[in-house]
Ligand binder design. Sequence first.
Ligand SMILES: *Cc1c(COP(=O)(O)O)cnc(C)c1O
Length: 388
Amino acid sequence: MDSTLKRTWAEIDLDALAYNYRVLRNWMGSASRFLGVVKADAYGHGAVEVARTLESLGAEYLAVSNLDEALELRQGGIRLPILQLGITPADQTAQALACQVTQAVWSEAAALSFSEEARKEDGKLKVHIKLDTGMSRLGFPCDEGQFDRSLEAICRVWALPGLEVEGIFTHFAVSDETGEASKAYTTLQYRRFSNMLDALKARGIVPEICHCANSGAVAGYPQYACDMFRPGIISYGIGHQAALLGLRPVMTLKTVIGAVRELPADTAVSYGCTYRTMRPSRVGILPIGYADGLHRVLSNRWQVWTPSGPAPVIGRICMDMCMCDLTDLPDVSVGSEAEVYGPHNSVNAAAALAGTISYELTCAVSKRVPRIYYRGGEEIGRELLLRG
Ligand SMILES: *Cc1c(COP(=O)(O)O)cnc(C)c1O
């Protein structure tokens, strides 16, 4: 690690990613394809390196949530099929064709516009039909009241000249929750999904790839593997279900003790004076703040993990710095590394304290934080905000 980098950085352990991939593949069975969800810069882990690793391991598909993310992968040399899960404006159909994106199609109106635009380009846009079985977000509604209307609409979409319908899918709302009501809801969603697949089959419509399993379903309902499964968070070794499968966190967010202060008892620390030392204290100043993605709501709640153990974060987290109590850790000094999230200091626990989910914390690790990629214990690349 160069000294110029040694402020705050995220180590991305591609061996952990490979390990998680193999465990998940094994768990779901070889008949089902692996779609790696790498939207939002692979949940903050770095989309191109994560995609490269998944591609080399044998994943069959990737997913993003806008066209720019797909373009970034293509420019990074990724050749796997890419499913664009989010909304693409129809006037970007030419770009979607150019970067060989498979587009999710969420309504007949969207399908018609995509088909029309694709015909103008003399192309056929590959699409997966999205079914709304209970998220009430995007998709053809599959509840009992709208089922028949959606069935007819999907039959018309299947026949559109500018589209090639390769797949059909749905997304679960509470597959990661274990309460009885959540189980019933997930079962209901799956029943609506398979009812639609059956009804389409009766009309002679059988898309090649049917898929529904997000991380929650992968962990809790592996019987829903279908033709492909779509793990996101769990493949990064985080979220409360990752531990159940023995998965390893891929990201370790690290910082260093930048300075140490000796403060007398009853000294206020940081903005708002929300913390006062209760005894003569040794306080570490850490060069990480909310602009790096360490949410301010973790002020006075979180801890960093030093080589000698946990050091509580004290006082408000500032934009670029925060403070920790080193009074009981005399061996920790300027230059010591401190883990903000990682194998010793679970991002899941930080998320719970922040009143949110781990997804939000890794996605929040900002552009200012260099990602350093490791494979076989060796650094193989890094991504910096300030280039060249
Ligand atoms: C984000 C997303 C996923 C992955 O979700 P995880 O909970 O991270 O596994 C899967 N499918 C769709 C449609 C998504 O939008």
